[in-house]
Design a binder for this molecule. Structure first.
Ligand code: SF4
Length: 433
């Protein structure tokens, strides 16, 4: 049986992993970023809710003669996927094992973690976590050309997160228990990526320093440091990045290892300068924890990138001003700003569904300083904070016309995408409730 895995626009780790699992089982499998396939089965690997609204994807699915299954993060609300895309089944959650069973036996209620139509009904079976041991991924020949925030590829070191951040899907998708891979398997995989021309690799998997965490932080810290040292030996330390890390899961030893074995940056999810919003986000940290982690990184010569979210449903203008002050007071090396996105199966999605558009900053018309630009309140905060952060960075940037237009365009695009996702979820509110 011939199978094509389509991962639109970029090769996600999940799509390469499924490819490797199928190849290991003897399937003739191809991985592509393009919406075209002439095989018995197509596996669509969709990582963004926007994919469900994408006309090209819809047209591809409705015009396809193949059996089409959909998996990936969009599977959080399988009935919405089945309503929006004319596919044969949805693979829910971690799909390695259910995909094999689907391909081996066809659609059946006896397969865990799938959803499909049966007449007027939708049948849904309970997903189960997959084994953390796996064959090597299917690595495409042009992987070295991919650039995701500076890395050619992200690799998975563990699954799950002990956090409960209200905007994040990771604990719901992978669970709260950390399941870690063996260091030797990860290194074997990284060597393979290197053979395919990958120059820079990033570690994904929620919060990277939770690798091998099982309740005792002193045990897992040494494992994480050993992991970084071994990856650096293969790739060279300047070609390793550790994108996401919780501020309450760093200490002196971890920061030293990040300085010595990676490109020397930490990326903290700071999110907000308002303790009220951090509480609403269920971050489990406050502004003091954030400041401590930033200062500690500086002390150990590690550069600090901060991620912020604006437009949380409960964020007032006073909360937003606190975030501006926080950025001004803490001199980041880089800043990433996102408008709050209601990712399926998160507390934020539920909050957004309960919030009238008239009370949601993502829909409220901005009437302040940027009213001439015709923005929503979330877009105005995203744009304003981007300009502010640029000027307040450790090495301040200059706001040229091009920089201004880039930030304005990004804020508008994010606002438009998130309104589209919100409308989609609201259309299916009854199903989600
Ligand atoms: S944002 Fe990070 S720390 Fe929070 S739940 Fe998600 S992966 Fe965990």
């Amino acid at each position: 049986m011939k199978v094509t895995i389509i991962s639109p626009n970029l090769y996600t780790y999940g799509s390469m992993l499924i490819g490797g699992v199928l190849k290991d089982k003897g399937y003739d499998v191809t991985l592509t970023k393009n919406l075209s396939a002439d095989t018995d089965v197509v596996l669509l690997s969709l990582y963004s809710t926007l994919h469900l609204l994408n006309k090209n994807i819809k047209d591809f699915v409705s015009g396809s003669n193949s059996t089409v299954y959909v998996g990936g993060p969009v599977s959080a609300y399988p009935d919405i996927v089945l309503a929006e895309l004319d596919v044969d089944a949805v693979i829910i959650g971690e799909g390695e094992e259910s995909t094999i069973k689907l391909l081996d036996h066809g659609i059946s209620e006896n397969i865990s973690g799938i959803a499909f139509r049966n007449g007027d009904k939708i049948i849904m079976t309970e997903p189960k976590p997959a084994s953390i041991e796996r064959p090597t991924p299917l690595i495409p020949g042009d992987i070295h050309k991919q650039d995701i925030r500076g890395a050619n590829a992200y690799i998975e070191t563990h699954r799950g997160c002990i956090g409960a951040c209200g905007f994040c899907q990771v604990p719901e998708f992978f669970g709260k228990k950390i399941r870690s891979r063996r260091i030797e398997d990860i290194i074997h995989e990284i060597k393979l990526f290197k053979q395919y021309g990958v120059k820079r690799i990033a570690i994904s998997g929620g919060t990277s320093s939770l690798f091998q965490y099982s309740g005792d932080r002193s045990m897992n810290e040494s494992a994480f440091i050993e992991l970084l040292a071994q990856i650096a030996e293969v790739m060279g330390s300047k070609n390793v990045s550790v994108p996401d890390i919780r501020v309450d899961y760093v200490n002196e030893e971890i920061l030293q290892a990040i300085r010595d074995y990676t490109m020397g940056w930490v990326y903290y999810g700071i999110e907000s300068g308002s303790n009220k919003i951090l509480k609403d986000m269920r971050k489990g940290i406050n502004t003091q924890t954030n400041i401590h982690a930033i200062e500690l990184a500086r002390e150990y010569g590690v550069k600090v990138g901060g991620s912020f979210i604006v437009g949380y449903p409960s964020e007032t203008i006073e909360d937003y001003e606190l975030t501006k002050d926080f950025i001004e007071d803490n001199l980041f090396d880089d800043v990433f700003i996102s408008i709050a996105e209601p990712i399926p199966n998160t507390d934020l999605a539920e909050r957004v569904l309960r919030t009238d558009d008239d009370d949601n900053p993502t829909f409220i018309k901005h009437t302040g300083e940027y009213s001439i630009l015709n923005l929503t309140e979330s877009e105005a905060r995203c744009f304003d904070l981007s300009l502010h952060a640029e000027m307040c960075k450790f090495m301040p940037g200059i706001i040229t016309d091009q920089v201004y237009q880039t930030y304005l365009g990004e804020a508008r695009q994010q606002g438009s995408d998130i309104r589209a996702v919100t409308r989609l979820l609201k259309n299916y509110k009854q199903i989600i409730d």
